[in-house]
Design a protein around this ligand. Structure first.
Ligand code: ANZ
Ligand code: ZN
Length: 844
């Protein structure tokens, strides 16, 4: 009665059953041990992509496994729903960002439901709803009251044609993405969070995160960037002007050939007042984006101020002072000394302005080897450095710092690369910053009773700039302190703020406050967090900061939000294209336009070949994007889930392939056939099958360990093996039991199939409520014996078999062996003598 597994029917049936039983609702009051499994929540761009499918399937396997293992599991889902794409859609298509976002959420929610994820949908949240962002405003006010929020002037990208502030990603090659105008740097008063107060703690905390990938910890460490160095004062020659510089390499001071100031440095500004050439140079530096990458990529340029400074270690040495575009005002002191031989930026600069390049650090025997195009940043011994000669780099640093401190012109310091977090965004689709500006009272926080400050719905996107600024009434508000007419803040919060605490709100979401700490602390920290490595730095750092800030103000007794982190690889696909001639980009075709069934690849519409390109990350521009929906339709959720777990280690990239999905679908059918087989089969010839039992229990142990380590592809390989072993085994109660256990083991990956087969076998209840199989330790040790086979007393063969095996099992094995069949010439033996665990003698 072999049938096909009907995925459509099974999905509908079991998703409804889980819903009805509230199988995945996390119970705050449960007495079971609690665990929290979370995948980074999606931006509601419109459709679920294959990357989401892979990410959420991994989380789902963990969540379902933990649940079966007896944990109360919190596995929620929500939407990172504020952000620029919604405003772009509004500008391009005239839709409202809210309508666009909510429609996308509805579409993506139904796609996720179709995949059968074990999610507690009752905890769903969207950051764009006042119930969420109103609570975020309350937290912002708490941090403000605690002195962790402040206002400061800082640079933004200004588009002079569109008259609007641009995000860094809206600046393309120094130009506004819509207007094409050269972007300027402007200074605006903006809101900042004091993440730098936590720099040391954020760095130290990394040491406790054993279940984070080493590379992510390293990226965070570099981003925080603790460096030891020295601050010292340069005295300008002739006059009483002086300025401080910061260096991480005091050992290289005798290699200095110039000093340089940031264009925004107060001395630069002062000099520019009487120096039109310098003023023009500074204006030129302001054009160009604020992104560090832009600044680092720029050509190094300077303007000679004509001033010089006295070298503090040798007053006989004078250094020229430049204003240079690569010196940043908001790092260190906004001024440097340049040492071309040992810093690449300084070297580029020195070559351009013909300044001396003196090597002061050299590997053994290379003291006189000149530095060419590449600055030397390696270890070595100090040379051409007077009293420092012969010291190594570290000793040199210490000697210079000691002398500076003794003579009073400098001090050793610690400097952080990390800057405070600028959270002001001059856009509509974000959390309104709950602040009022009053002419008399200044900056006034919105009283908590007046929260949430809700975004106005009636906004227009027909002109550039922030719609909140030009809204006819929204800005106008009475000052909460003096009652006079005042103005609302029109900046909204960086969307990274929204994602810095959503995992806390998932754990506890009362109506009247952001969270209940007693409830949230039962779930936190997140036991396993899974997401893309693109969030390895900012999102994780901001969430770690936000959690600490809440702990600091006594709101939450948790410091590290994510105990375990896993970053999964990307989903990739080959590309299809046709060249379009010299100077034109090739024309790309999507996988569903291409027929790949033959040896090459042809376009379905014209049957002519297309070029098959490399397997790369899916991207709209290369059209190598797969829509999971079509696959869900044809192959079903289980096959898709199985495929995304099976083909590569989860941290590596996964190449999407039809053959792979096909294989997954065939596996689903094989398991289904096994279930049908044991459902129908009589008890079988054997009472027990110790060999199969051993294989089964070894698989249980191994898969449990694989899932613990998130090595899903290994778990899947073992399941394939187990299925083959069961297929070959003769019918027996052990075999039936093995199939039941197999279903439990693969239920986290293919949950619909598992439920359907579970029901077919007449097992009680839902398989999601069945406990995780536990390996019997006595079956894990290899306990086999070698059994000799004789035919009429002559040795013909021998084989390994489980010790103590049932006589019938041994006989069945012996009679099925090729050598025995040949020796008996196909006839049945007259008599079979079995000496347990040693010998079988067949009398022909
Ligand atoms: C002299 C020197 C010699 C430097 C040398 C480096 C190598 P990190 O490691 O990132 O902290 N610097 C200091 N302030 C700067 C600013 N506002 N804008 C641009 N560059 C600045 O970098 C510290 C080094 O970056 C400092 O050490 C300084 O150059 C430069 F062989 O001082 B160094
Ligand atoms: Zn007032």
């Amino acid at each position: 009665m072999a049938t096909k597994f009907d995925h459509e029917r099974a999905e509908a049936r079991w998703q409804a059953a889980w819903d009805k039983a509230q199988s995945f609702a996390a119970d705050d009051a449960s007495p079971k041990p609690k665990t929290y499994v979370l995948e980074m929540f999606p931006y509601p761009s419109g459709r679920i992509h294959t990357g989401h499918v892979r990410n959420y399937t991994m989380g789902d396997v963990i969540a379902r496994t933990r649940r079966a293992q007896g944990f109360e599991v919190l596995h929620p889902m929500g939407w990172d729903a504020f952000g620029m794409p919604a405003e772009n859609a509004a500008m391009e298509r005239g839709v409202h960002p809210g309508g666009w976002t909510r429609a996308n959420i509805a579409a993506m929610r139904s796609q996720l439901k179709r995949l059968g994820f074990a999610l507690d949908w009752s905890r769903e949240l969207a950051t764009c709803e006042p119930e969420y962002y109103g609570q975020e405003q309350a937290l912002f006010l708490d941090l403000l009251a605690a002195g962790l929020v402040y206002r400061k002037e800082s640079a933004v990208n200004w588009d002079p044609v569109d008259m609007t502030v641009l995000a860094n990603e809206q600046v393309i090659d120094g130009r506004g993405w819509r207007s094409g105008a050269i972007v300027e740097r402007r200074r605006l008063s903006q809101w900042f969070l004091k993440i730098t107060d936590f720099a040391e703690d954020l760095l130290d905390g990394l040491g406790t995160l054993e279940n984070w990938p080493e590379k992510v910890r390293l990226m965070q460490e570099n981003w925080i960037g603790k460096s030891q160095g020295m601050r010292f004062t340069f005295q300008v020659d002739g006059g009483d002007t002086k300025f401080d510089v910061f260096t991480t390499r005091p050992d290289t001071m005798f290699g200095a050939s110039f000093a340089a100031l940031a264009p925004d440095h107060p001395i630069s500004t002062a000099l520019a007042e009487s120096n039109p050439g310098l003023a023009a140079f500074i204006a030129d530096c302001r054009a160009g984006g604020t992104a560090t990458a832009d600044i680092e990529g720029q050509e190094k340029k300077g303007y000679d101020t004509g001033l010089s400074v006295i070298h503090p270690l040798d007053p006989a040495i004078r250094l020229p002072v430049f204003v240079a575009n690569f010196v940043l005002m908001d790092y260190g002191t906004g001024a440097i000394f340049g040492c071309p031989a040992h810093d690449q930026r300084d070297l580029d600069f020195a070559r351009k302005y013909q300044l001396p390049v003196t090597r002061v650090v050299a590997p053994e025997g290379e003291a006189e080897t000149p530095v060419q195009d590449e600055a030397y940043t390696g270890p070595g011994v100090l040379v051409h450095s007077q009293f420092l000669d012969g010291m190594d780099v570290e000793a040199g640093k210490a000697a210079v710092i000691a002398r500076a401190e003794a003579e009073g012109w400098g001090t050793g310091t610690t400097v952080w690369r990390l800057r405070d977090w600028g959270v002001s965004r001059q856009r509509y689709w974000g959390t309104p910053i709950p602040i009022i500006h009053c002419d008399d009272c200044g900056v006034v926080p919105v009283p908590k009773a007046q929260l949430p400050v809700v975004l106005p719905e009636d906004v227009s996107f027909d002109t550039p700039g922030n719609p909140l600024d030009r809204h006819p009434t929204w800005r106008q508000v009475d000052c909460p302190t003096c009652g006079k007419g005042a103005r609302r803040e029109t900046d909204t919060l960086d969307t990274f703020v929204d994602s810095s605490w959503y995992f806390i709100r998932f754990a506890s979401s009362p109506d009247d406050r952001p969270f209940d700490p007693a409830v949230a602390e039962q779930w936190l920290p997140v036991g396993q967090y899974i997401g893309g490595v693109e969030h390895a730095i900012l999102h994780l750092l901001y969430a770690r900061f936000w959690t600490r800030a809440l702990a600091h103000i006594g709101r939450l007794n948790v410091t590290e939000p994510f105990a375990g982190l896993f970053t999964q690889g990307m989903v990739t696909h080959e590309t299809y294209s046709r060249p379009q001639g010299e100077g034109h980009a090739p024309l790309y075709f999507s996988p569903d336009e291409v027929d790949r069934s033959g040896s090459g690849a042809v376009l379905k519409v014209d049957g002519a070949p297309v070029e098959v390109g490399r397997v790369i990350k899916m991207s709209k521009s290369k059209k190598n994007v797969i829509d999971p929906d079509a696959y869900l339709e044809t192959y079903g959720a289980d096959a898709v889930r199985w495929f995304v777990l099976s083909d590569s280690p989860p941290e590596r990239d996964l190449a999407w392939s039809d053959a792979g999905i096909d294989g997954a679908w065939r596996f689903v059918q094989r398991v289904w056939r096994l279930a049908e087989d044991v459902a129908e089969a009589p008890a079988g010839v054997l009472d027990a099958d110790p060999r199969l039992a051993r294989a089964l229990h070894k698989t249980i142990a191994a898969i449990t360990a694989d899932i613990d380590k998130l090595q899903f592809n290994k778990a899947i390989a073992r399941l394939y093996e187990l299925v083959s072993t069961i297929e070959r085994a003769p019918a027996s109660p052990t075999r039936s039991e093995a199939v039941t256990t197999l279903l439990c083991l693969c239920a986290p990956m293919v949950p619909h199939l598992a439920e359907e087969a579970w029901a077919l076998l007449g097992q009680p209840g839902l398989i999601v409520d069945a406990p995780w199989p536990v390996a019997d330790p006595s079956l894990l040790v290899d306990d086999t014996v070698t059994i000799a086979i004789q035919v009429n007393g002559k040795l013909k063969d021998s084989f390994e078999f489980a010790r103590g095996a049932d006589r019938a099992m041994v006989e069945a094995e012996v009679l099925g062996r090729d050598k025995v069949i040949r020796a008996l010439e196909g006839r049945a033996p007259k008599k079979v003598i079995v000496v347990p665990d040693r010998l079988v003698n067949l009398v022909a």
